[in-house]
Design a protein around this ligand. Structure first.
Ligand SMILES: *[C@@H]1O[C@H](CO)[C@@H](O)[C@H](O)[C@H]1NC(C)=O
Ligand SMILES: *[C@@H]1O[C@H](CO)[C@@H](O)[C@H](O)[C@H]1NC(C)=O
Ligand SMILES: *[C@@H]1O[C@H](CO)[C@@H](O)[C@H](O)[C@H]1NC(C)=O
Ligand SMILES: *[C@@H]1O[C@H](CO)[C@@H](O)[C@H](O)[C@H]1NC(C)=O
Length: 334
């Protein structure tokens, strides 16, 4: 039993929850992060909502540069939610077993764009044998290129040359970036997230390129992450659940009112609407499944990452623990 005076004092002192800050971290150059920016600016859960929905224990979330790696700064007064593709999520989880994948913002089947002038025909991925392919090494883009070529065309790592490339996401593109190097024939193909592939297709013309994509073999699973400690803490968990609710409402706008989303995303990233329109269908917004098929998918990717990162594979049990759908499920009941 607490002495009555102490109990009274704890009522009068500001509780940690009163100063709890939600810090959402993401790379803010990418389309995938834009629902987070939209949520910050427009979510009725943080703005103008009457009644209990406005019953905020935090102020508006801070949206900062970063990703899953910033979860290490999460503490009782700073709640961090990081956003990244599954690749960085798995790489971080390998050494931080308290990180949890709690939500899928978007599934994005990346595209590989090849020069037909290099002898690569549409529908013939095998034509990439002996070719030079650029990607963003060490990222989900490399996982995509390697997996697509292996699983669809049966090409091994040394059947082609993989080089690093700077990816241009917005015109004008620098001479040493993709797609400029593809246009000049310095590389025969490149694979990455949008909008670099779309800029190549528009810049070179559809007739000059062969485009490859297979969402079953590889899709980016752009996700939100939080720590197990935050999910266990009652107040922090409530904030996480509320935030997922707000993000879910944003994704409904992104799915059902694309014109509104293009206007917002175009303004934020300074991208022309014509580019956004063409890449929108490659962004499947929303959590989809956080169940067995996601764990299967992560298990396969982890097998690849363990090999390149020279570490042991994670067990099925560990990967099942990594995916924690419980906060998302609670957010559906709010
Ligand atoms: C939010 O996180 C970023 C990245 O870790 C950090 O730079 C920034 O200071 C944090 N903001 C607050 C208000 O704590
Ligand atoms: C927790 O995060 C806040 C905000 O960034 C910071 O001021 C504080 O020093 C951190 N506390 C600990 C124990 O790391
Ligand atoms: C690829 O290169 C290898 C080794 O140089 C050569 O033997 C093979 O014929 C080449 N294959 C194609 C399709 O060009
Ligand atoms: C994706 O690749 C798999 C494995 O090669 C294949 O079975 C499937 O038909 C492909 N899907 C599409 C849409 O091409």
């Amino acid at each position: 039993m607490k002495p009555p005076l102490l109990a009274l004092a704890s009522l009068l002192l500001p509780s940690p929850a009163a100063t709890l800050r939600l810090n959402v971290t993401a790379n803010q150059a990418w389309i995938e992060h834009t629902p987070l920016a939209y949520t910050n600016q427009f979510s009725p859960l943080y703005h103008n909502a009457p009644g209990p929905r406005r019953n905020a224990t935090t102020v508006l979330p801070v949206l900062a540069e970063g990703g899953v790696a910033t979860l290490s700064s999460s503490n009782r007064s700073l709640l961090v939610i990081g956003a990244n593709a599954e690749t960085q999520g798995l790489k971080q989880y390998a050494t931080h077993k308290n990180y949890r994948l709690i939500y899928v913002l978007a599934s994005v089947p990346y595209r590989l764009v090849a020069r037909r002038a290099s002898g690569i025909r549409p529908g013939h991925l095998g034509d990439l044998r002996n070719k030079t392919i650029a990607t963003f090494k060490g990222s989900s883009a490399e996982v995509f290129v390697r997996t697509l070529l292996a699983d669809v065309a049966g090409l091994k790592d040394d059947d082609y040359t993989l080089v690093s490339g700077n990816m241009c996401m917005r015109e004008p593109c620098a001479e040493n970036s993709l797609p400029e190097r593809l246009k000049r024939g310095e590389v025969d193909a490149f694979g990455c997230w949008e909008t670099a592939p779309e800029l190549a297709i528009q810049g070179m013309g559809e007739g000059a390129v062969a485009v490859f994509q297979n969402g079953t073999v590889y899709r980016e699973v752009f996700s939100l992450y939080a720590t197990a400690e935050a999910l266990r803490d009652k107040k922090q968990r409530a904030e996480v659940v509320r935030y997922l609710k707000a993000v879910g409402e944003t994704l409904e706008v992104f799915k059902k009112e694309p014109e509104r989303a293009w206007k917002f995303v175009g303004g934020l990233l300074k991208l022309p609407e014509a580019v956004l329109r063409n890449v929108w269908a490659d962004h499947i917004w929303g959590p989809g499944s956080l169940g067995k098929d996601l764990v299967d998918y992560l298990e396969k990717e982890d097998e690849y990452l363990a090999r390149v990162d020279k570490r042991p594979r994670m067990s099925r049990k560990e990967l099942e623990k990594f995916v924690d759908a419980s906060a998302y499920e609670e957010s559906l009941k709010l």
